[in-house]
Design a protein around this ligand. Structure first.
Ligand code: HEM
Length: 428
């Protein structure tokens, strides 16, 4: 998106790297000029203001992700202590009404990571995603029915938020009538993840998270008594091979996994669906190509994931002294692997800032990460997009931006990236 001359983004092209606030809302809105400078000047960059080390090239991020024993995903406590702020007593009091959850998948290292991932992975195989195609098509059509007669909608809230949430709620075996609460809880976790909210918003998020926990402990208890064919039941009754001694998972472990499935799967997919339509409308030549050749849908989906990279950045913490790209890393240092930057690295993708649905190596993007933490539900997320887009393009004819309603601003979040709203009009 274009920025006006007064925008701090202009300084990003000239200001010394060490003086740039990497979490400035203008950078979160459009990180790519900053990423380009990081890749060119310091692919491993220790920010003197925060001590955080950024890794920004494709090859170096792959190198980090190949060494989970050195560059750990168990970053929760380091993030807390690294912020230097004492825990807010009111937040602690609210959280004490719920459960302290242990690291499981995203935030765990082997061997614990391996054990949890093996169990949860059964629900998200390629085959399971393939089998959901007709069901995803039905949910897509039902959602479009709710707004098609209006000839206009805000696409993210009318469609993109609902498809992934419905798919997750149905897979978990939670009633669709509770969907509004799911959205509220997912938003609360995103506030916690984003790290840029005011105190009242954080306290409210903590209250909602405790509400989420009580709700799911009730569901877990229900499924313990009466197993049904869904992911919660599977997890509740599965045997966790805990150091050779199989056992059922406890409430905090189950809550940790359920929270990751709810949050990791919702906003990322919603942003990707919104971005796909946004990019096609912005690039009429690419829209024409996709409409003329449905065989390009898969390539378009991969290019959308590359171009947006909804999980734009991800944390790691160094478990020991190490070295990456010739730069020494010290034990306990916090690292940001910048997937959004890797996906614009000209060393891997030619003409990387061009949106090209025919790009041959688009699928090698790092939008789903790489290595042992590669997105567990990548087949499902891909399937949702691959099924939804042909239906959307068939039913919402001649989609275009609604005049005067779009700011095309991105949610202010360090880890997640996506436009907050997309107002469109279309012919029925
Ligand atoms: C377009 C949609 C999605 C994107 C872009 C995405 C992105 C990612 C990325 C980048 C990671 C790796 C994080 C790391 O490097 O540490 C990840 C992991 C994960 N994702 Fe996704 N994700 C998506 C959809 C989903 C869905 C639909 C679900 C669940 C229903 C899900 C659940 C998870 C979980 C549980 C992990 C942790 C896996 C592990 O640590 O072993 N994601 N995702």
């Amino acid at each position: 998106m274009a920025h006006d001359d007064a925008s701090p983004i202009n300084d990003i092209r000239t200001c010394p790297l060490a003086e740039i606030n990497a979490f400035d809302p203008a950078i979160l809105n459009d990180p790519f000029p900053y990423f380009a400078r990081l890749r060119e000047e310091a692919p491993v960059f220790r920010d003197p203001k925060t001590g955080i080390v950024s890794i920004s090239t494709y090859d170096l991020i792959m190198e980090v992700n190949r060494q989970p024993g050195v560059f750990s995903n168990d970053f929760g406590s380091q993030l807390q202590s690294g912020s230097g702020a004492a825990p807010d007593p009111e937040e602690v009091a609210i959280a004490s009404k719920g459960w302290a959850v242990p690291p499981t998948m995203l935030t765990a290292d082997p061997p614990a990571h391996t054990r949890y991932r093996k169990l949860a992975g059964k629900a998200f195989t390629y085959k399971r995603a393939e089998e959901k195609a007709d069901y995803i098509a039905k949910v897509t059509n039902d959602l479009i029915d709710t707004f098609i007669d209006d000839g206009a909608c805000e696409f993210k809230s009318a469609f993109a938020n609902h498809l992934p949430m419905t798919v997750i709620a149905d897979s978990l075996g939670a009633p669709r009538s509770d969907m509004d609460r799911f959205h509220r809880w997912s938003d609360a976790f995103i506030v916690q993840l984003g790290g840029v909210s005011d105190r009242e918003t954080r306290l409210e998020a903590s209250r909602r998270i405790v509400e989420f926990q009580h709700y799911f402990v009730d569901r877990i208890e229900e499924k313990r008594r009466n197993p049904t064919a869904d992911v919660i039941s599977d997890l509740v009754h599965a045997d966790l091979a805990d150091e050779g001694d199989p056992r059922k998972m406890e409430h905090p472990e189950l809550l940790s996994i359920l929270q990751q499935l709810l949050v990791a799967g919702n906003e990322t997919t919603a942003h990707s669906l919104t971005a796909g339509l946004f990019y096609l409308i912005s690039n009429p030549d690419q829209m024409e190509k996709v409409l003329a050749d449905p065989g390009l849908i898969d390539g378009f989906v991969e290019e959308t994931l590359r171009f947006l990279t909804p999980s734009n950045n991800m944390w790691r913490v160094a478990k020991q002294d190490a070295e990456i790209g010739g730069v020494p890393i010290r034990k306990n240092e916090l690292i940001l692997v910048r997937y959004g930057s890797a996906n614009r690295d000209a060393g891997h993708f030619s003409d990387p800032d061009r949106f090209d649905v025919s790009r041959e190596n688009a699928r090698s993007h790092l939008a789903f990460g790489a290595g042992i933490h590669t997105c567990i539900a990548a087949p499902l997320a891909r399937k949702e997009m691959q099924v939804a887009f042909p239906i959307l393009l068939e039913r919402l004819k001649n989609p275009r931006f609604a005049k005067g309603l779009n700011s095309f601003s991105y949610a202010p979040n360090v880890l997640l990236r996506g436009v907050q709203e997309l107002h469109i009009e279309f012919d029925k």
